[in-house]
Structures are given as C-alpha cells and as structure tokens.
Design a protein around this ligand. Structure first.
Ligand code: MN
Length: 715
C-alpha cells in the first residue's frame, strides 16, 4: 500500500503548487470512512481508493483529481455525505465525487443497457468534466486488476464484458492507450482464457524460435539512422495479447512471424526529423503500400500524433514502425494526462486550462467514427496496382485483380509452370484468390510443370496468360507428334517397309509440308491420313488401301454389308460398311479414333487410348485409320461416357446433375458401379456435341467439391 507521504510526494513531483493539506486530509478522511471494510482480496477497503489515486498520479493529474480518487467510494459505500465532502474539500471536489458516484450507480443498472454505444454516450454525458471519467477509468482498472478475488463467476464475467464493451473503448477515445491495453488484456483473460493462453503459448514459442531477430532488426534500424546522422532512439515493443488475438480474428490469419507481434518505434528530436527518418526508412526498405499514415499533419481526434508505416525490414519480414518525437510519445502513452501537464503549465490560473477539456468533449460528442473518416481521406496513390512481396522480401508489382499464379509467372515462368498452391501471409489460399496490397506470397511448387487450361479463366497478366497458352499448345503438339510417329511406323509396317526417315523426308514436298515434325503432328491430329501418308512415301506402289483390303475380307466372309450409318460422320471407310461406336470408350467427334474390323459386325470405332485396343495388338490387319468428318457447326449430339467417383453425401447427385445441365450436357444413362460408405463409383452417359464439349462438362464437374474424380471412360 502506498504510504500517505509517498502519495503527496508523487503529486508534488509533477505539480509543485498542489495543495498538500487537501491531499493529507483526503487520505485520512477516506481511511476513517472506510474503517474496517474489507475487499474481496482480504485487503482493507481503503487500499482500493489509494491504488486508484496512485494510478492517477502516474498520469500526472491535478490535485483535485487525486483527492477525488481518494474519496470516490465514500459517498456510495460509507456513511459520508456529499455535503460533508463539500465542506471539507470545496465544491469542485464535491462535484467530481458526485460525478464518479453517479457513474458507479449507472454501473449497477448496466445489465439492462443493451447497447454499449448508447451506454458510452451516457457515460460521456455524465462526465462533463473529463476528470470524472479519468477517475472512473482508474477505478475500473484497479477493480480489473483484483478481479480474480471475486468468487461469483457471473459477476466476474459481467464486469469483464462491461470493461471490454464500455471502458476500454472510452479509454481509447481519450487517448489513454496504456490503460486501454491493460483493461483489454485483463478482460480478455476473464472472457476467453483459452484463447489468451494459446496466444501466450504461441508467443513464447515464437520468442524462443525467433531467437535474436528483434535485437538484429533494432541494430539494423539504429545503424541505418546513425549512418544518416539522425539522433534517434529505436525500440521494439511487443503487442498486447488481446490486440494480437483480435488481429488474428478480424483478419482470420495465423501469426507466423515474430515481427507480427513486435512494433518498432523510432523516437526523434523534432517533427522535421520524423519525416527525415521516414524518408530514410523508406529508402532503405521497400514500404508496404496502404500502410503509411501521417498522424502528425492530421492528428487523430484523441490528439494522437505519429507517423505509421510498414516495410519489408532488414530480415525480409514485414515490420510495423512508428516514428514520433519524445513529446508525441508521452502524449500517446498518457493521452489527456499529458495534455494536462503541458497545458496546465502554460495556461496559468485564469481558467483557460479547461478549454482543452471542452474541445475534447466537443470532439467526443461529435465522434460517430472519426477514426474511419481519417482512414478514408488517406491518399490511395496506386489505385490500379497491387504490391506484393516474395518470401525473401522482393517487391512484385502487379495489376489489380492479379492472382498468386500471376505472381508466380511474374517472378519466373518456371515458377508459374510448377505452381500448384499458394500461401498468402502464411495461409494457404485458392489459386484464383485476388492479391491485396502488402501480401507476402509464397508459391507451392510441384516437381513437374503442369499449368492448367482453367487458369486462363482468372489470370490477369498477359505474361502469365501467354505462358500458359504456349505451354499447353506445345504439350498438345508433343502428344500429336508421338501419336503421329506411331501411325507412321504402323503404316511402314503395313507396307512391308522398314521405317526410314529419309523416305519421309522425300515425301514432304509431295504433301506440301516443311518438316518431319510438322508431318507427324499432321498425322497425329488426323489432318493427314495414314493412307495418304503411305501413298506419298511410296508413290510408285499401288497397293490396295488397308481399309479396302480388310473390307474385301469382310465381304468375303459375311457376304452382306449394312449401309454406313449416316449419323456417324467418319472418314476412311469404304461406303456401305457397318460401323458402330464402341461402348467401352464412347468416342466423340474430335477424339482420336481407330477402327477395329470385327467379323460379321463391321467396324467398331474406339478412341485411340481405349484400353480394349490392347487385345488387338497382335492383329494389325484388323486396324483401320479413321478420322471424323465432323463440322464444328454441326449440332447433332453424341453420347460420351464418364467414369466418376463422388462423395456419398446428401445432395451430391443433385449437384452432379445440375452441373452437367449447366454445361449444356444431357444425362442419357447413369449406372452406379460400386458404392461404399464414403464414395459412389458411376458411369454416366452424357449427350454432347463433341469431345471438346465433353471436356467442358468434365471441367465443370471437377469444380464441384463432392466430386472426387471424373474421367472419360477408357474401356
Ligand atoms: Mn471504486
């Protein structure tokens, strides 16, 4: 407990004109009035008003306020009357005590006060003299510090909620940052102990893990400023548990870095030095756009002045820096109390000293949300750009709306090609997420390049779009080339000739093609048939085409042919040959296809990758080169078959059906091939126009969360 003479000395230290006698009388009056009353903590009740007075001496408040603090509970809780107080201490003190008493009575009814904002206004209205509010806040702070001694859970919880909703915001409004922080942390511990402990544990872990990163950053900042001959104190201040928690909640982020929890502060000699220091900080480290705030030229309504900025600091981590003078610093920590000390010194005794109080109250009365107002008037210089950082702290500038994939391609096309995931500020996000200013982007890469055609739907940078398109085109070309080579080799085999590139080279001018690769791609794409290719390679030979050879074989056996099915537009067949599409793979116009001659049936058409074809590997005479004779404008429908694995959950079938319908497909048949507790396996026949249409249907299905896999049926 603070001793009587200690209290007097503390006040005298910052206010030599203080009325020593009044302080002593108030001390004794309160001590006697509270008498043998005991706090829940077991301490004598008087320890409470004394501690409240002690808190207020820390804010350097005037003598009347300290006297009021000592007396603040006497009218409410003891036999003392307001008249008594007025006669002993004068009417100004009596008015202050009365104000605090009324606020305390208000507190008793606060359960009925539903809306915190109304209640805060009420408190303000009741504290026309801001000192009433200051005493009330100090009173609440001490009660919160001793909250754990209260046995009743509901009462503890109610007091903590009220502190969080009413008193902490009020402390913030009048600039009492330190008191606001402590109130919030104490209330947080009561309201959500689990969250508080987990933040604390994470903090301890990061502190151990991060080792000496904070000292290193401090060292770098100090060295940098000293190099520019700026006299500056640099310190790192750990943010409060509750403010870390709220940031995590508001922005739904995990805190990954120690620098997230430490704010750095540069304290300089003059206003001009603030801006000079800012210039050097921005010169040395890339700034995080959108984070810079100049509260010196435009102070906050509560009087707060400082420069705020965020940069990618010396350790390539985002750090927050506040730059201010010593005077601004004291004001920031003490709020009105600092004002009090400064203004009191210059105002003298003619009553002007209260003008700042009235000004402050005016601001508070009008402040529906002045902080927001300031935010909105801040210049947004780079409206159409976003600025993001690599994990190493390099700045990457992108157009607004850019995604992590754009970011990856902006760094390097290899990173783009292998991009499979992205973390924004340590959190995994979908690749189509729009980046925001200041995001730190980490690209998750695979070992093999696999850009997806679906990316083109959300990419915004030309560089990324072009790279994806180029990659996909060249990959398709490679596939066509491989396929073309297989067809070429087969053609040679069928003609009984050894495969020879020299022969192909000679055939190029006859086919009006320039390179062998071009020829193989044309073969693979079906723009050149195997028959024409064979003819070009061996123009002097007049062998019967494979197809007609096979057909004569068929005719010989079956003796009859059905008319060619007009609904199946296929090139490479003799007229009148019976043809049907294989059930196993359901080929569609646009697919690469081959025909298999089946005795008595005709020609069965398979996709080139149908697994059934393996069984015809040793009977090459039965294979026919076929291609589609399909006009893209043709609107006839064909049936494609899909094999799906879908999560066994309510509504998944409905989603499936509506997705297919949205893609303008039509379900023709649906068969469940197996089912387990978790998944269904399906075969679905879908009416589509061609292979590309079916690809669209597949892409849409893959976007549904309950769909685990979708593929063309492959035999
Ligand atoms: Mn009290």
């Amino acid at each position: 407990m603070i001793r009587q003479y200690e209290l007097v000395e503390r006040v005298k230290a910052y206010d030599p004109t203080a009325d020593e006698g009044a302080l002593n009388r108030a001390y004794v009056f309160s001590l006697k009035a509270h008498g043998a009353q005991i706090r829940a903590s077991g301490d004598p009740y008087f320890s409470h008003p004394l501690e409240v007075a002690g808190i207020l001496t820390g804010l350097k408040l005037d003598c009347d306020t300290i006297v009021t603090a000592l007396l603040h509970d006497t009218v409410e809780d003891t036999l003392a009357s307001l008249d008594e107080i007025e006669s002993h201490f004068g009417s100004p003190v009596a008015r202050l005590v009365d104000g605090v008493t009324k606020l305390s009575q208000l507190e008793l009814q606060s359960d009925q006060t539903k809306h915190a904002e109304n209640f805060r206004k009420f408190v303000l209205a009741m504290s026309k003299d801001i000192r009433v509010l200051l005493v009330k806040l100090a009173d609440r702070l001490h009660n919160m510090r001793t909250l754990s001694f209260i046995d009743n859970d509901d009462r503890r919880r109610r007091i903590a909620n009220e502190t969080m909703d009413i008193y902490a915001p009020l402390a913030e409004r009048i600039g009492l940052q330190m008191i606001k922080d402590e109130l919030e942390d104490l209330a947080f511990a009561e309201i959500n102990m689990d969250a508080r402990n987990s933040v604390q544990a994470r903090l301890d872990f990061l502190r151990r893990e991060g080792g000496d990163i904070v000292p290193r950053i401090l060292e770098a900042l100090r060295g940098m400023l000293a190099g520019h001959h700026i006299r500056a104190g640099v310190e790192g201040r750990e943010k409060r548990l509750y403010s870390i928690w709220r940031k995590m909640e508001d922005k739904n982020i995990a805190f990954e870095q120690l620098s997230d929890i430490v704010a750095f502060r540069i304290i300089v000699d003059s206003d001009a030095d603030c801006y000079r220091a800012l210039g050097f900080v921005h010169g040395a480290y890339p700034m995080v756009p959108g984070k810079f705030k100049d509260y010196i030229s435009t102070p906050k309504p509560n009087g707060y002045r400082s420069l705020h900025t965020s940069v990618m600091g010396p350790e390539s981590q985002r750090i927050e820096i506040q730059i201010r003078t010593r005077e601004m610093h004291e004001e920031a920590e003490l709020g009105v109390a600092a004002h009090w000390a400064f203004k009191q010194a210059e105002a003298g005794s003619d009553g002007k000293q209260y003008r700042w109080l009235r000004e402050l109250l005016d601001i508070l009365d009008n402040a529906a949300g002045p902080e927001d107002f300031l935010e909105h008037t801040k210049l947004e210089m780079f409206r159409d750009q976003v600025f993001c950082f690599t994990p190493h702290g390099d700045l990457i500038t992108l157009p607004r709306g850019a995604t992590p994939v754009d970011f990856a391609y902006a760094v390097h096309s290899d990173i783009g090609h292998t991009c499979v995931g992205a973390k924004l500020n340590g959190r995994l996000v979908p690749l189509r997420t729009r980046l925001s200013n200041g995001d730190q982007v980490e690209i998750v890469r695979s070992t093999v390049p696999a850009p997806s055609a679906t990316w083109e739907g959300f990419l915004v940078t030309g560089k990324a779009r072009a790279a994806v398109r180029r990659f996909i085109r060249s990959k398709q070309r490679k596939e066509y080339e491989t396929l073309g080579r297989a067809i070429a080799e087969k053609t040679f085999r069928e003609m009984g000739e050894p495969f020879a590139e020299a022969v192909i080279a000679q055939a190029l001018p006859r086919l009006k093609l320039k390179t062998e690769v071009e020829l193989l791609v044309a073969l693979g794409q079906g723009n050149l048939t195997g028959k024409d290719f064979g003819g070009a390679c061996f123009p002097t030979r007049r062998r019967p085409g494979v197809a007609s050879r096979a057909l004569s074989l068929m005719r010989g056996r079956s003796g009859a042919t059905k008319a060619g099915d007009a609904a199946i537009p296929i090139r490479g067949l003799e007229p009148g040959v019976a043809v049907h599409l294989a059930d196993c793979c359901s080929p569609l116009p646009g697919d690469r296809i081959v025909g298999i001659i089946a005795t008595g049936i005709g020609v069965t058409v398979h996709t080139i990758d149908c697994e059934t074809l393996v069984s015809f590997g040793d009977t090459p005479e039965r294979w026919l080169d076929l291609s589609w004779d399909h006009d893209e404008a043709d609107s006839s429908v064909h049936v494609g078959r899909l094999s799906l694995v879908v999560a066994n959950e309510a509504g998944s079938l409905g989603e499936l059906a509506s997705s297919i319908a949205k893609s303008k497909g039509n379900i023709n048949n649906l068969k469940i091939t197996s089912r387990s507790a978790e998944f269904f396996d399906f075969l679905v026949d879908v009416e589509v126009q061609d292979a590309r249409h079916l690809t669209d249907v597949i892409a849409a299905l893959r976007a549904i969360p309950c769909v685990s896999s979708v593929e063309r049926a492959r035999g």
